[in-house]
Write a protein that binds this ligand. Structure first.
Ligand SMILES: *Cc1c(COP(=O)(O)O)cnc(C)c1O
Length: 338
């Protein structure tokens, strides 16, 4: 079975399952879980930051960042396509009383600094207080260019704003650019990492920041019901995600490239683009339901949209043979249609 829907479907490795079974644990709400503490220290160290916080999900990590940076009546600037605006249930507004101010993403996923400037509110009782800019890297698989990150940091500094990164897939950017986590992290006041996507841990994310920010986030995590007890069971897999799964992401990028090339050779598929571990394509077959069923018979899961571009995601559990299996299945389908 090859599942192209998302890199969230990755199964934990054997080594992760062993580490989870053997993990030394304690009550993390008391700060007593040595494995959670070690994971948090490991992430902070890799990023060149003071502190980190293990969270149940990337959504929770982003929400904690927003609530730790902003107060009730503050706002954050973000992209229309930002996960922490569009895909997190409006959590910042619902639970944080924080107003999002989205602006259109540029084609490369960045936020234009001029547009950001135009969205910053003056100090006036009519307006929410603009506090924070939130970027996303990778965004739709796209890597934000390093020079842009430096410009964004300079801009945020000049405007007296903090800069947060939704780095759910920041390690895909790290591997694609051949840089370190610290190289990217240095431009931000805080950032998140998802351990449970391409890095293959079963559960968990991290928020990374300075001591004071992480202390505020830790308080909000408890308020949100995210204080977990013997969470070292999960953190043990997270440690291996950071040590054993990062470099492997390059294979996903290579497989995505091979998939994009293979798809381009098919009559019914129009490839839009490939970015890191994601391929975007339009599937122009008259009967997509029949195609989905055909793929399912061949053990392939993919989300295909009739009138929009579809996203195929590569990850640890799709080896090169899985890419070939999808291409062959599609080409048999085309043959059967003729
Ligand atoms: C997946 C994802 C998240 C949230 O992660 P969950 O663990 O699913 O809550 C946040 N931001 C981006 C960009 C993501 O892709």
């Amino acid at each position: 079975m090859f599942d192209f829907r998302s890199d969230t479907v990755t199964q934990p490795t054997e080594a992760m399952r062993r580490a989870m079974a053997q993990a030394e644990v304690g009550d993390d709400v008391y700060g007593d879980d040595p494995t959670v503490n070690a994971l948090e220290a490991q992430a902070a160290e890799m990023a060149g930051f003071e502190a980190a916080l293990f969270t149940s999900s990337g959504t929770q990590a982003n929400l904690l960042a927003l609530m730790a940076h902003c107060q009730r009546g503050d706002e954050y600037l973000c992209g229309q396509q930002a996960h922490n605006y569009k895909y997190e249930g409006g959590g910042a507004a619902v639970l944080g009383s924080i107003q999002p101010q989205p602006i259109d993403n540029e084609a490369d996923g960045s936020l234009d600094l001029g547009k950001l400037k135009g969205a910053i509110k003056a100090d006036d009782i009519h307006f929410a207080r603009t506090r924070l800019i939130s970027l996303e890297n990778t965004i739709g698989g796209k890597v934000l260019p390093m020079p842009y990150l430096a410009q964004a940091q300079q801009f945020a500094f000049e405007q007296g704003l903090k800069l947060h990164l939704d780095g759910a897939r920041v390690f895909n950017a790290v591997v694609d650019q051949g840089v370190t986590l610290a190289d990217i992290a240095q431009y931000f006041d805080s950032f998140t990492i998802c351990l449970s996507k391409g890095l293959a841990a079963p559960v968990g994310s991290l928020l990374v920041g300075d001591e004071a920010l992480i202390q505020r986030a830790r308080r909000w995590r408890k308020v949100l019901g995210g204080g977990m007890r013997q969470a070292g069971i999960l953190a043990a897999a997270g440690q291996l995600a950071l040590t054993e799964q990062v470099e492997r992401l390059a294979e996903d990028h290579d497989n995505a490239q091979r998939l994009a090339e293979g798809l381009s050779a098919l009559r019914g598929v129009e490839v839009d683009s490939r970015h890191t571990n994601m391929v975007f394509a339009q599937f122009r077959y008259p009967d997509l339901a029949r195609l989905q069923a055909h793929l399912a018979d061949d053990g392939i899961k993919a989300t295909l949209n009739a009138d929009a571009i579809s996203r195929l995601v590569l990850h640890k559990d799709i080896p090169a043979a899985g890419v070939e299996a999808l291409l062959q299945s599609l080409s048999r389908f085309e043959g059967g249609q003729a």
